[in-house]
Design a protein around this ligand. Structure first.
Ligand code: FES
Ligand SMILES: [Fe+2]
Length: 444
């Protein structure tokens, strides 16, 4: 559990808060490229509690600027995106993607020179392989993070967005909570559901594994370990990477199954970016009871609202589709769909989880260590100006993978991770062939 001060510090991301300032030291995935067309509709973008406007100009350049016009604070969302900038429709002032005022047509010519002194607050923007990144810190932006999945061409990736109506951290904590998988998602699955050689059957056999948690240069790493066949252990290995990235062990280690970013929109809304290789088809078990849905077909239509993008139809108002008959007779949770189950349960915790009321146990070790690292990093930045992990060394993201695997029973988490990662790289890394069945990578 955390005390009030710690919970507020770790959850809140507005400008001037310790965690908000930490987040402003990183490039944030903010949009996918297809959301903006040249001279197309500008888009309301909520990021770290700031109301911003994103638009693409006639030359294809992207601007992310304060949505309020510097003249008298009309919203530039109502503006005209035309000929190299966005023009406020109140009095016609026009701004380019860097926030420079290009035109001030409501003042006589001699006073037009005033426009050189007017600037709409604008942030650094970069676009790479279908993703639009925003840097909201002061000063010069660091290089873009070298997330291997963002270095792949867009045709090899599925990038999906999903908004959740809760604080970013409780949503993220679901990803590094290896303990929930065999309840929330797998509570109705038994050993007999799995093919005889599928290592995930050991998860159904033993729902209380041992956990090993270790700190890394880029975040935290955990493994949930269970006895497997004689001489072997079954591991599920996942990661947290500063400031909001995760790798979940939902696929065989080495399948290159992707990374996830929980980008805070504000204190009570988060946008999940999932980067996944298109070739990955993780075999799903118990689909009739757990439910696997096509994410793209499950969204409400996007609206222009600050919170109008990539919403699920299930929410607190409809109890997230909870079906008590299904819960009693078929499905442990009563909610169909892995994504829906995560969505329901993390939103059920409230807008910001009340961590003062928790009782953490050994299966929450990864969560506790990750929180401690985040709090320490935010305090060090606030008190000493120390750069948080990865913020100045984008290459640290290159070492990040996860998944499930079998390994010699005596191996530690680092033995297993290093061997699996080396095998992954030796097999070509993300350029390896299509994976359509569980991998059994040979360890040593
Ligand atoms: S408020 Fe925008 S031009 Fe006047
Ligand atoms: Fe989950």
């Amino acid at each position: 559990m955390l005390n009030e001060e710690e919970n507020s510090l770790i959850a809140r991301v507005g400008k001037g808060t310790p965690m908000g300032e930490l987040m402003r030291r990183y490039w944030l995935p903010a949009l996918v490229s297809s959301e903006l067309e040249a001279d197309g509709d500008p888009l309301r973008l909520m990021l770290l509690g700031e109301k911003l406007l994103a638009f693409r100009d006639s030359d294809g350049r992207i601007g992310v600027i304060d949505h309020l016009c510097p003249h008298r604070c009309a919203s530039l969302f109502y503006g005209r995106n035309e000929q190299g900038g966005i023009r406020c429709v109140y009095h016609g002032w026009k701004f380019d993607v860097a926030g420079n005022c290009l035109d001030m047509p409501n003042v006589p010519e001699p006073q037009q020179s005033f426009k050189e002194r007017v600037k709409a607050p604008a942030y650094n923007v970069a676009e790479r392989n279908g993703v639009v990144w925003v840097y909201m810190g002061d000063g010069e932006a660091p290089p873009l993070p070298e997330i291997p999945y963002n270095l792949l061409p867009p045709e090899r990736l599925n990038i999906t967005l999903l908004q959740r109506e809760c604080n970013w951290l409780q949503a993220l904590e679901g990803d590094i909570d290896g303990s929930h998988v065999d309840f929330l998602h797998g509570g109705s699955r038994g050993v007999a559901d799995y093919p005889p050689d599928d290592p995930r059957r050991f998860g159904a056999l033993n729902r209380a594994p041992e956990y090993e948690v270790t700190e890394t240069d880029w975040g935290t790493l955990y493994g949930a370990k269970r006895a497997a066949d004689p001489g072997e252990s079954y591991w599920r290995i996942g990661q947290f990477i500063f400031p909001f990235w995760t790798v979940t062990p939902s696929s065989p280690f080495g399948a290159g199954a992707g990374v996830r970013a929980w980008v805070p929109m504000d204190d009570t809304h988060v946008m999940l970016f999932t980067f996944r290789r298109r070739e990955i088809t993780a075999p799903q078990i118990g689909a009739d009871r757990v439910g696997f849905r096509d994410k793209g077909s499950e969204f409400l239509p996007n609206t222009t609202d600050w919170y109008g993008r990539f919403r699920m139809p299930i929410n607190r108002e409809n109890d997230h589709g909870l079906d008590r008959k299904l819960q009693r007779e078929v499905n442990y949770t009563g909610v169909m769909g892995i994504i829906e189950q995560d969505h329901a349960i993390t939103e059920s915790m409230g807008p910001i989880a009340e961590r003062t009321k928790e009782h953490l146990v050994v299966s929450d070790h990864m969560i506790a260590v990750t929180r401690r690292r985040l709090i320490e990093a935010a305090r060090k930045l606030r008190d000493q100006g120390a750069a948080p992990p990865c913020s100045e060394d984008p290459s640290l993201y290159a070492n990040v993978e996860g998944g499930y695997c079998l390994a010699p029973a005596a191996d530690s988490i680092w033995d297993v991770y290093n061997a699996q990662f080396a095998a992954f790289q030796a097999a070509g890394g993300l350029n390896r062939e299509v994976v359509s069945a569980p991998l059994k990578l040979e360890v040593r």
